[in-house]
Write a protein that binds this ligand. Structure first.
Ligand SMILES: O=C(O)C1=C[C@@H](OP(=O)(O)O)[C@@H](O)[C@H](O)C1
Ligand SMILES: C=C(OP(=O)(O)O)C(=O)O
Length: 438
């Protein structure tokens, strides 16, 4: 296959011939894996990461840290079970070049790490990465003492001139375009001379569960973090300087990547079991239990995992997805097949994700005969009888899985570049056909 063929290749989305009934082992969480890699790289002793996600975004993170001198070795975990990465921290080195691909976690979480390296670190990535906002991280790092060369747009490409250490201290940022600005500064904060105090000054802050994930994971490796939720000031997070422990962490399944499979139960009136669904988690995908129940399903969380059953009916929903924006494409796909209209709110920042997700969902669902309109901060979706056609994906993994959900119920849907799911879920086509064949 010529290099570009994958981008235009069409994958006939399988139509479900009946109710699905399958157990799907969903690979590890992207957000947990990439935070764990950063924290392990900044620790003062080696650590283990069990069942890490191996996808484009996490391999880019691991590759970048290796380029900076961190050891990341393949192995089995300390108890001999499961695949694992052993992470061996070392002095962070420049000069180095980091390819961020189109991974928000890599482009936002690593510039603060690079500021601790002892030389220049150049950041570059996919064309879309040049359009995704990074100003919150760049401006904050400058205030905290870093030297950065960029072209003044507040985006990639750029070079962080690591000085071996960073002063740190208080900083104000507007993180209304991405919660990852806050997470990025907190994750490296324990290694700054004065730690860091991040004050969010913007009008809104999306994806709070992801900030909670950052705080929980920092605390799990010994960092002291004060948050608005632990009695601190509203919109202020404080990380005390200190050494981080090397831990043995098992990565939870990616609950946002469980979404298309749960949606399949909803769309076909079937049953899906997701083993190892955590009883307590900061992953935004946990909200699917509530959202997909409201849309017509039923959940049971057992010791084995989540059992989710569709009733055959799919109801529309009026919901603010600001905290769980990455679930929007999958919810929009289900909503397009529902028995009543839906309004998805609070997700204006999705215009700056892998693609402009509000525009892409509107265009692609409408080209299959749908009736979707964009609002200032979301989508109105009025279900219509849909027909087959090409579902373009704009190099967005969640567009591809959204198209596959629609394809379950609509004959003749062809997904462009299904390989783009490899950003976070490389086995998607096999897992999907396996689920249908089960
Ligand atoms: O920190 C993280 O791991 C993420 C935070 C969110 O980013 P935004 O706040 O930019 O939406 C989310 O959408 C993204 O998929 C992962
Ligand atoms: C927005 C997403 O990714 P990123 O980490 O690249 O921001 C996503 O996975 O939906």
């Amino acid at each position: 296959m010529a290099p570009n063929d994958a981008h235009t290749a069409l994958w006939p989305a399988p139509c479900a011939s009946g109710a699905v009934d399958a157990t799907v082992h969903v690979p590890g969480s992207k957000s947990v894996t990439n935070r764990a890699l950063v924290l392990a790289a900044l620790a003062s002793e080696p650590g283990w990461l069990r069942r890490p996600l191996r996808s484009r975004d996490t391999l880019l993170m691991a590759g970048a840290l290796r380029t900076l001198g961190v050891g990341i070795e393949e192995g089995v975990g300390p108890d001999g079970s499961g695949e694992a990465w052993r992470v061996i921290p070392s002095g962070l080195r420049g000069p180095a070049t980091v390819d961020v691909g189109n991974a928000g976690t890599v482009m936002r979480f690593l510039p603060p790490v690079a500021a601790l390296a002892d030389g220049p670190v150049r950041f570059d990535g996919d064309p879309r990465s040049y359009e995704r906002p990074l100003n919150g991280v760049i401006d904050a790092l400058r205030v905290l003492g870093a030297r950065i060369d960029d072209d003044g747009r507040g985006a990639l490409p750029l070079t962080v001139h690591g000085g071996g250490a960073l002063e740190g201290g208080p900083v104000e940022i507007d993180a209304s375009s991405s919660s990852q600005f806050v997470s990025a500064l907190l994750l490296s904060g324990p290694r700054f001379n004065q730690g860091v105090e991040v004050r969010h000054t913007g009008s809104s802050l999306p994806s709070m569960p992801h900030i909670r994930m950052t705080v929980d994971m920092l605390r799990a490796v010994g960092a002291q973090v004060d948050t608005p939720e632990s009695g601190g000031e509203p919109n202020v997070w404080r990380v005390t300087p200190g050494a981080l422990l090397g831990r043995d962490l098992t990565v939870e399944p990616d609950l946002s990547n469980a979404q298309p499979f749960l949606a399949a139960a909803l769309v076909t009136g079937g049953k899906i079991v997701i083993p190892d669904w955590p009883a307590r988690t900061t992953q935004p995908g946990d909200r699917l239990r509530e959202i997909f129940t409201e849309m017509g399903g039923r959940c049971e969380l057992t010791e084995y995992g989540l059992v989710f059953t569709g009733s055959g009916a799919i109801h529309g929903i009026d919901v603010d997805l600001g905290e769980v924006g990455e679930l929007t494409p999958g919810i929009a796909a289900v909503a397009a097949l529902a028995d009543s209209p839906s309004t998805l709110r609070g997700v204006a920042h999705l215009r700056l994700h892998e693609t402009d997700r509000l525009a892409a969902l509107t265009k692609e669902i409408n080209e299959l005969g749908g009736d979707v309109t964009e609002t200032s901060d979301g989508l109105h979706i009025r279900p219509r009888r849909l027909h087959g056609g090409i579902f373009h994906t704009y190099e967005d993994h969640r567009m591809a899985t959204a198209g596959a959900i629609i394809g379950l119920a609509v004959e003749g849907v062809q997904i462009e570049n299904v390989a783009t799911t490899a950003k976070t879920l490389p086995d998607f086509p096999d897992l999907w056909t396996g689920m249908l064949g089960a």
